[in-house]
Each structure stands twice: as C-alpha cells, then as structure tokens.
Design a protein around this ligand. Structure first.
Ligand code: PCA
Length: 173
C-alpha cells in the first residue's frame, strides 16, 4: 500500500522545467583570425572570443595578400599560387553573438567581401601538436581581382602591414 501511495503521486502539479526562466545555451565556434581581428589590431574590439593558446598556423599553404583600397589582409587558398605558404594567426572560441558580430564586420553576405569557410589549423609550437578545424574568413576571389593586390603573399599580417593604411582611414575599411 505504502509503495502504491508513493508511486501515484501527481507529478503534473510539480514545478517542471517549462516554468523556469528560459536558458539560452550559446554554442561556441572556433575561429582562426589572421588579420585585423587579431589581438592588438584595429578590429580587435569586434573579437569577443576567448583566445586559445598562442600562435596558430594553417596546415595547408595559403596566399595572404594585402588587397584593395583599404589594404586589407586577404587570405586565399594557396593551390597553384607562387609563394603560397602556411599562414600564421590566432585561434578564438566565440559564442553565437560574437560570431555574428564578426560575420557583420567581414560582410559575408555581401558579394566581393569575405567568405567564411572551414580549414585545418595547428599550433605553431609544438609543431607536432594536433591540428583542429576552425572557421576562417577568406577574402573573395572577386574582391581580389576587383580591388587589386598591393602586397603578399605574406606568412603573417603584422602591425607594420596594418599601418600601410593610414590611421585616419581605419574607420573606412
Ligand atoms: N579580419 C579577419 C579577416 C581579415 C581581417 O582583417 C581576420 O582577422 O581574420
């Protein structure tokens, strides 16, 4: 009898998960940045990610150009490109909102700007550390031919490269 009483409890009157305030679980995304989103560079304020490790590098050779009117770092796949090499950058874990902010900055919905794709990256040190997949913003092929190549292919976009665009023009590009 006792057991029966316990088991016949009416659970429908209990507080259940649907009465609790909604939780918005945020998914995290790994993003490899190689240009102005790096720490200390001019768009770092848009990067709300948590930095992982120190320097990372692409597993495949890439062509990192400086492109167009705003001297933007413009990463392209390296296949068949003279001087293509693994390119250095930083890895961040970014939540949904931070990811959306980066997508807006890079104008991935606009033709001729950046495209977000997945590539393999690995820590620079130690060189044998495991590779991982991450998102990266490739510059578009159209943007490269329309905007013109100003420099590269680079192994790494440096603060000196960033200064090729005068500071008073940073807000434009
Ligand atoms: N911002 C992105 C793509 C190029 C740029 O300037 C980055 O830093 O990875």
């Amino acid at each position: 009898r006792r057991r029966h009483t316990r088991c016949s409890r009416d659970w429908s009157s209990d507080v259940c998960s649907s009465d609790l305030p909604p939780i918005h679980p945020t998914v995290s995304h790994l993003v490899f940045v190689y240009g102005t989103l790096k720490q200390g560079f001019r768009n770092f304020h848009v990067n709300h990610g948590r930095r992982i490790g120190d320097a990372w590098v692409t597993v495949e050779p890439h062509a990192l150009w400086i492109c167009g009117e705003w001297w933007l770092p413009w990463l392209r796949p390296g296949a068949g490109v003279d001087g293509a090499q693994p390119v250095q950058g930083e890895l961040y874990e970014v939540d949904d909102a931070g990811f959306a902010a980066m997508d807006r900055l890079e104008q991935i919905d606009e033709a001729g700007w950046y495209e977000r794709v997945r590539i393999a990256v690995r820590p620079v040190d130690p060189p044998r550390a495991a590779a991982t997949e991450a998102w990266v913003y490739y510059g578009s092929a159209e943007g490269l031919s329309a905007g013109g190549v100003r420099g590269g292919p680079l192994a790494c976009f440096t603060l000196q490269d960033q200064d090729l665009l005068p500071r008073e023009r940073w807000h434009e590009g």
